[in-house]
Design a protein around this ligand. Sequence first.
Ligand code: PMP
Length: 297
Amino acid sequence: MTIYIDGRYCSERDAKISVFDHGLLYGDGVFEGIRAYHGRIFKLKEHIDRLFCSAKAILLRIPMTHAQVMSAVVETCRRNRIRDGYIRLVVTRGVGTLGLNPERCRHPSVIIIADRIQLYPPEFYEKGLAIVTVPTTRNLNNAVSPAIKSLNYLNNILAKIEANIAGVEEAIMLNATGYVAECTGDNVFIVKAGQLLTPPLYAGALYGITRGVVIELARECGVPVSETNLTRYDLFNADECFVTGTGAEIVPVVKIDGRIIADGKPGTLTRDLEKRYRALTQISGEPIAPARKRRAI
Ligand code: PMP
């Protein structure tokens, strides 16, 4: 595997960073998880834009332009012959001292790993997930904003541990006022009376790229979409429920905190959106292989 670190393409063995990097010492940095389908990188520009927004929010200067990051991601995929895969793009604050002052970190590091994808088991999609709400609440907007995709995922990891303890794959996190924020690594949607509903971003959700695509797809096929505060009660009494994320795509949810959602089967709109989403991933995105030159006839 070839890994990009700060302008160099190195082997997996040589892909190393310092133990003094503040990404490691303090979780000081930002990242993106991106998918490649069928030789194209899906929503690459949106991911790079979000990376730069996360970096701006933590005053981290990425030492590359948007275009340079995009072409480094494409090149890393090309060198690893990725057609369908998962890309992890990481920017750390860089090497500093043991003190937490980021001013001592002179050179942020950019790391790109492009690997094969480990897909979720098909039964998640066929039967739907049982999930729970957990005691750990989502970070406050004015603490570490949940919109920042930072290297410090402890808030989500604690919720994931609580999901593991409950014996389920995902957890719903509420915000400090008790409204639904999102899941540990996914956004959440419900369908109620023909409307698609999802918590607003200020409720404590990441600005999910899959979330954005799903909202667009639903609107395109005439389904009204509303970003509105949701309670656990709203989830329990939904007609359908699903979660969205780059890795997961769209996964139906059929049970929440022991309450069966509707008839306990993945819903019709969920299925329809899953199909539309998969179709879109197959036809759009940034091509990985350079365009073949046309032969003169
Ligand atoms: N929320 C959180 C906390 C996430 O980490 C992610 C990404 N895995 C998402 C939502 C989904 O975002 P996206 O659709 O951009 O992958």
